[in-house]
Design a protein around this ligand. Structure first.
Ligand SMILES: O=C(O)CCC(=O)C(=O)O
Length: 276
């Protein structure tokens, strides 16, 4: 269903829109089962190198970034020619202190467009008590806020980057989601999330979409999936399609693509704490 005028206004003025129904209960249960089967092979967790560019590891995710239920809303916001730059798992175990500090993603992704956005899909309940995401309405419009790297073991962000001033937590809007729902926020919108106080894991996957004329201005080489329309610029190498989970024909490409993103997001950082 197309966005209502109120939803389009909210995205324009506040920098986010949520919740959007995407997958049915049986579909989302199958996605979670596939994820947890791969986690079980590694002692119950994804390897650090399996978090980014995960559409190159999971067939359902490579399909999902092309699913009209995801892409139709994205097209309304950024136009018909769409690349998916990255897909990342955000998993907080039950009763965990894991958090995400206030940040804006345009500060470290090296992407030239202001229109880049994140669609975040819940594979399990992401309610306030589970540490769902919250956003600071309107921050996508102003200047980028000042960030500092504050590496912290419980912070899911690569370098613990955190806005040092200019966000007032009491003005934040929460984006609670039920399994199968997604939120969308512009990548300039400041966002954060707290610990998971619930008894189930909070599992989300973010899908980062951008207009096809976007350029990578930090890394020499980068990749993206062409998921709709055309890409005359070809600034990003198009990611191959996968035919099964952990497709042996694509594993080498995924490792290279994840390392390229890792180098981009740590560019200028004092240390690289990723264990890729
Ligand atoms: O999952 C979270 O709590 C934060 C995710 C996030 O920062 C992002 O998708 O950009």
């Amino acid at each position: 269903m197309p966005f209502s005028k109120a939803q389009l206004d909210q995205y324009e003025n506040d920098g986010y829109v949520s919740p959007i129904d995407v997958l049915k209960p049986a579909e989302i249960a199958a996605c979670r089962a596939s994820l947890e089967a791969i986690e079980a092979q590694n002692g119950g967790q994804l390897l650090p190198a399996q978090r980014p560019k995960s559409h190159l590891l999971f067939k359902w995710l490579d399909d999902l970034i092309r699913d009209p239920r995801v892409l139709d809303p994205i097209e309304e916001l950024i136009g018909p020619n769409i690349l998916c730059w990255n897909t990342i798992f955000w998993i907080k175990d039950a009763h965990s202190e894991t958090f995400v500090s206030w940040h804006q993603d345009n500060t470290y992704w090296g992407l030239s467009s202001d229109k880049v956005l994140t669609a975040w899909l819940a594979l399990s309940p992401a309610r306030v008590e589970n540490g769902c995401m919250r956003v600071m309405p309107g921050t996508h419009k102003g200047n980028t806020l000042h960030h500092e790297d504050r590496f912290h073991d419980d912070n899911m962000l690569t370098r613990g980057q955190e806005i040092t001033a200019g966000v007032d937590d009491s003005r934040a809007a929460y984006m609670p989601l039920e399994p199968g729902q997604m939120s969308i926020h512009n990548y300039r919108t400041a966002h954060a999330s707290g610990p998971n106080l619930g008894s189930d894991r909070r599992i989300g996957v973010s899908m980062h979409f951008m207009p096809a004329d976007t350029q990578q201005v930090v890394g020499d080489w980068d990749s993206a999936a062409l998921v709709r329309g055309v890409d005359p610029n070809r600034s990003f190498e198009h990611t191959p399609r996968v035919s099964c989970d952990l497709d042996p024909a694509v594993l080498e490409f995924q490792a290279k693509a994840a390392q390229a993103i890792n180098a981009i997001v740590y560019s200028g950082a004092a240390v690289n704490t990723a264990k890729l």
